[in-house]
Design a protein around this ligand. Structure first.
Ligand code: PHE
Length: 492
């Protein structure tokens, strides 16, 4: 046996910890310095990494330096570079030094705070930061712990939606009896994230009871009360029970905005649970000029947003607030003897055990990450960060609208611009093919990465601004790139 395995088996050696970890930090600093030199979208054939790496795990350990060399050589080429300043696809997952530092603290401390006793400060810091966030977004008192509600940090909106659906379901079934599940109906728009249908099917809503309501250009593809009211009335007339309505502020495809207050009134009228999904655009609500989109939130039962998208908090972090936490804990609590709190906490009714607010038992200390972000940049810094991206998107929308060969397909909300190339006198089918080719050419160039959406049979290209390192020059370069590829395509 060589000496390496034994040496490696001091896996948490305080003396080598700093050296090995700082090698990783130096590696990442270098990566960020050069990230704009890689093709933004991975230019890799399927199966590449499997061919490169051995079939079995190594028998002997290796040095961190050699591992980092392999990361550089084998891993980086297969990455799509989400932190590239020219990444405009999906929505951003913007990272920051503070987000990274917070993630390091969370990873390094590595506690598992499922009940209060398992790490009291992790639970309480989470309560503090979700209350802070609720205030920053201007959410009503009822979503704060001091207002009788409260928040929790999940890994993703999908989990948040599943948990609130389970809460709503059990609240309804406690009156209807278990067989009542066949009567429960859920409502969303044709712009709602696919996660919602997945969540509804996970909690046992019959597929025939998913109502996907059509939106149109008239409302900017936002859901309005009239259409929801009509659908609910029809269901009620058939003896069904309107369980849950998912409203979105800033939809994934187009950044559309559902009318929260209107929808809230309808939901209240029928005792329907209203959830507001503000995964992406929720971050903008820290700026007073965008808070109006959450107006009416006091009529909702739950709200969620993802700091890991646009709030400089490295993956993963989703804030979920509920007005009535008991509905959640009734649905999600499991209380085996071995997890009971000990000492004073066992007697305190108000102690939060976050295992009862989520799907899994295990959980991460995410609160410290969000806390470090908020401490490091402050609310003012975060507002400046959001406004900077919005200004860049505004500029892009402007130049697209001013170029007669292009069109902005839906008016911009927040930092997402949806547009297409639309040469005059070209048939619709040809326009679609042209835009598919344009997007493919842009992405193949490696100089930017954008994704698409289809609305009313129009193939649109999405430019989502939000990278931490994105500057005006990158937006200008993206526009130049689009024009260059458009010229090539139109000329041929
Ligand atoms: N939820 C985003 C989408 O559907 C993807 C995403 C995940 C973006 C995580 C950023 C961070 O487009």
């Amino acid at each position: 046996m060589g000496s390496l395995p034994l040496e490696a088996m001091m896996p948490l050696n305080p003396d080598s910890f700093a050296g090995e970890s700082s090698a990783v930090v130096d590696f990442l600093a270098d990566y960020y310095r050069n990230v704009d030199k890689y093709p933004v979208m991975a230019n890799t054939q399927p199966g590449t990494i499997r061919k490169l790496l051995p079939e079995a795990a190594p028998e002997l350990g290796d040095s961190m330096d050699r591992i980092l060399d392999d990361v550089q050589r084998d891993i980086l080429p297969g990455l799509t570079h989400w932190q590239s300043p020219s990444f405009f696809a999906y929505f951003p997952a913007n990272a920051s030094t503070a987000g990274f530092a917070g993630e390091m603290l969370s990873a390094g401390l590595n506690v598992v705070p499922f009940v209060w006793t398992a790490s009291p400060v992790a639970t309480e810091l989470e309560q503090v930061v979700v209350d802070w966030m609720a205030s920053l977004l201007g959410l009503p008192e009822r979503f704060h712990f001091k207002g009788g509600g409260g928040g929790v940090l999940h890994g993703s909106t999908c989990e948040a939606v599943v948990c609130t659906l389970a809460a709503a379901r059990d609240r309804a079934l406690s009156k209807l009896g278990h067989e009542g599940i066949l009567k429960l109906v859920v409502y969303a728009s044709d712009q709602t994230h696919a996660t919602f249908q997945k969540g509804a099917s996970i909690v046992g809503i019959p597929p025939a009871n998913f109502r996907i309501l059509r939106t149109s250009a008239n409302s900017g593809y936002g859901l309005t009360a009239t259409i929801v009211q009509r659908a609910i009335e029809e269901d009620v007339a058939r003896g069904l029970v309107p369980l849950y309505l998912c409203a979105t502020v800033g939809t994934t495809g187009l950044g559309a905005i559902d009318r929260v207050r209107e929808l809230g009134h309808v939901a209240r009228r029928y005792g329907t649970w209203l959830h507001i999904d503000a995964a992406y655009a929720g971050s903008a609500a820290i700026c007073p000029e965008f808070q109006g989109h959450l107006d009416g939130a006091e009529l909702a039962d739950s709200v969620s947003m993802n700091p890991h998208k646009w709030f400089l908090t490295n993956m993963d972090c989703c804030c979920l607030w509920v007005a009535n936490p008991t509905t959640m804990t009734d649905a999600l609590s499991a209380d085996p003897e071995y997890l009971k709190n000990v000492g004073t906490a066992s007697k305190m009714a108000e102690t939060v055990d976050y295992k009862d607010w989520q799907i899994a038992l295990s959980r991460r200390f995410r609160a410290i990450k969000l806390w470090v972000v908020l401490r490091r940049y402050g609310a003012a810094g975060m507002r400046a960060h959001i406004r900077r991206h919005i200004q860049m998107a505004e500029w892009f929308e402007h130049v697209v609208a001013a170029d007669e060969r292009f069109e902005v397909v839906v008016p911009r909300n927040f930092s997402l611009v949806c547009f297409r190339l639309r040469p005059r006198f070209m048939a619709d089918k040809a326009v679609e093919a042209l835009n598919r080719d344009l997007l493919a050419a842009v992405n193949a160039s490696g100089r930017a990465f954008m994704t698409h959406f289809v609305v009313d049979d129009k193939f649109v290209i999405r430019l989502a601004v939000g990278g931490s390192m994105t500057e005006m020059r990158h937006i200008r370069a993206a526009w130049e790139l689009l024009k260059e590829k458009a010229n090539d395509l139109i000329a041929t």
